[in-house]
Design a protein around this ligand. Structure first.
Ligand code: TXA
Ligand code: MG
Length: 340
């Protein structure tokens, strides 16, 4: 299939393709999304096919004005209203009871739906010009790191989708915070740029689902089907190392004499101590830059054919939890604490 490449001033063309049943990669403030009309099951099937996404993993529906939320959900309670007022448009997704208009392919048969109002100007225009809410999973091949640069989307989806819109680099670089409002106590299912602390400040007590930090035991029911699957994985093996920079550098420098293809995915502060190939994903003290660069770093590891990537991780800022959540999945939950 020929994929049309559009620039960020061509939201109208992207919308025209979507109106005609096509699928389009578009930038958002979190990661690139692969968009189709939320009311068009045939177009949505094409998304699952292009990504190689399992059919039981539901999609987020994106809106470009608040009143459209009622096309998507059947209930929008007080807490949802407060969260929308505070954090929309922006990187927050709410799980709520679905409206009858949302086809079951969107929600993988569930009665609830994920809804988000992105802040990216191009995404907002594409949704608005399409005239309908749009589903948009992250625009990567299923299982691979999400796409946060245009080059990433091009690599994964050129030739597989109708169009790709080049919007440059995504601001945050990790996907939206997902919060379920279905239960008595709201529950974070995926951490993102909006932190649990920010949310608690406006709606009171919330819970952070266990799956955010740990592997879910086989057989245990999962609230967010996406977390069952292997995620964010480059071809290389990934291992997370927690600890001070000297210990990190010692470990990686030593192991590179025993193992082939070692890459350090490190902080700026580590560089001068390393005697192995490295890619920095930001300063230790800047969790925003870490989030912005983490998927790019994992993808670059494959570009240079690294066999084993040792990622330095420290919990130092607002976005650290979101970064950690992506890293433990990329690493298949392999974490070494160098201070123990
Ligand atoms: O930032 C984002 O949210 C990006 C951009 C493109 O908007 N989108 C994104 O979509 O990350 P995706 O499909 O890669 O991740 C959606 C996650 C999955 O883990 C999925 O299982 C979960 O949200 N999800 C979607 N609908 C759900 C539902 N009804 N109940 C529980 N989890 C749901
Ligand atoms: Mg995804």
């Amino acid at each position: 299939m020929d994929t049309l490449i559009l620039n960020e001033n061509e939201a109208d063309k992207a919308a025209e393709i979507i109106k005609n049943g096509g699928i389009v990669g578009m930038p958002t403030e979190t990661v690139y999304g692969l968009a189709a009309s939320a009311f068009d099951p045939d177009a949505i099937k094409k998304i699952f096919l292009a990504k190689g996404r399992p059919a039981d993993n539901p999609l987020i529906v994106h809106i470009s004005k608040l009143e459209d939320v009622f096309k998507v959900v059947s209930k929008f309670d007080e807490k949802a209203k407060i969260l929308a007022k505070k954090f929309w448009p922006g990187p927050l997704t709410m799980i709520l009871p679905k409206s009858d208009r949302i086809p079951s392919i969107v929600t993988a048969g569930s009665d609830s739906v994920a809804v988000r109002f992105p802040s990216h100007s191009v995404a907002k225009k594409i949704i608005e010009f399409s005239g309908v809410p749009l589903v948009a999973p992250s625009a990567n091949l299923s299982g691979k790191p999400s796409t946060t640069r245009f080059s990433h989307v091009f690599e994964d989806l050129n030739g597989k989708v109708d169009a790709l819109v080049d919007g440059g680099d995504c601001k945050f670089g990790v996907e939206s915070t997902v919060i379920s409002l279905l239960g008595e106590v709201p529950r974070i299912l995926r951490p993102g740029a909006i932190t649990p602390e920010q949310i608690e400040k406006v709606i009171g007590k919330i819970q952070v689902d266990d799956s955010v930090f740990h592997k879910i035991k086989d057989g245990k029911p999962v609230l967010s089907p996406g977390i069952k699957y292997k995620h964010y994985s480059p071809n290389a093996e990934v291992i997370i190392l927690k600890g001070e920079k000297d210990h990190y550098a010692d470990f990686v420098n030593k192991i590179s004499s025993k193992e082939e293809g070692v890459l350090a995915l490190c902080f700026d502060e580590d560089i001068s101590l390393l005697s192995v190939p490295y890619i920095s994903y930001g300063s230790k003290n800047d969790s925003f830059s870490q989030a912005h660069n983490i998927f790019d770093g994992l993808r670059k590891a494959d570009k240079i054919h690294a066999k084993i990537v040792y990622v330095h991780y420290c919990n130092t800022g607002e976005l650290s939890l979101a970064v950690y959540n992506r890293l433990i999945r990329a690493a298949g939950f392999k974490v070494i604490d160098l201070e123990k």
